[in-house]
Design a protein around this ligand. Structure first.
Ligand SMILES: [Zn+2]
Length: 171
């Protein structure tokens, strides 16, 4: 989705003018940020720790992803130029801000179109798939992940996340 015209060269220009990036690879320290990127609609892979640097870089290259990491050494490898953005550990708002400075993240690009847990594109669910204990004001908002079966709807958790995405977009 949305990959046409998004050349890999655009990803590889960190440090230059802001560029549009649509695919990310986060290290495990950035799990929360990965969930918000997915909530914004970005194809965001999350990799477990302990992988050799060359595997990380290779994965980012192969899948044309911008690698986001808290690991300082990763960005200094000789094949890492332009593929890696190092973010400070901890503060989610600051991480989002730093990312926005480097590439044009639209935090409400395709909101809540992906599973927050496994990155799969959601599909609309029908009423028969909705358990009776979900307070569903807008049945049209109910989506399901074809991968893990999780249901998503516009409840309080959704609203909290969306408010944060909106705040990031307005900065
Ligand atoms: Zn899922």
């Amino acid at each position: 989705m949305g990959q046409s015209g998004q050349s890999f060269a655009a990803v590889a220009s960190i440090g230059g003018p802001p560029r549009r990036v649509t695919r990310f690879l986060c290290d495990e320290m950035l799990g929360r940020l990965a969930r918000y990127l997915r909530a914004a609609g970005y194809d965001t892979a999350l990799a477990a720790g302990g992988l050799p640097d060359s595997v990380w870089i290779g994965l980012a290259q192969r899948e044309a992803r911008l690698l986001l990491t808290c690991d300082r050494s990763l960005g200094q490898g000789r094949n890492a130029a332009g593929l890696v953005l190092e973010l400070a550990q901890g503060d989610l708002d600051r991480q989002a801000e730093a990312l926005s400075r480097h590439c044009q993240v639209d935090w409400l690009w395709r909101p809540f179109s992906r599973c927050l847990v496994d990155n799969t594109l959601l599909r609309q669910a029908d009423a028969s798939e909705c358990p009776s204990d979900i307070p569903l004001r807008d049945p049209g908002s109910l989506c399901i992940c074809p991968q893990c079966g999780r249901l998503y709807w516009a409840g309080s958790h959704y609203r909290r996340m969306k408010n944060r995405l909106r705040a990031w977009r307005q900065r």
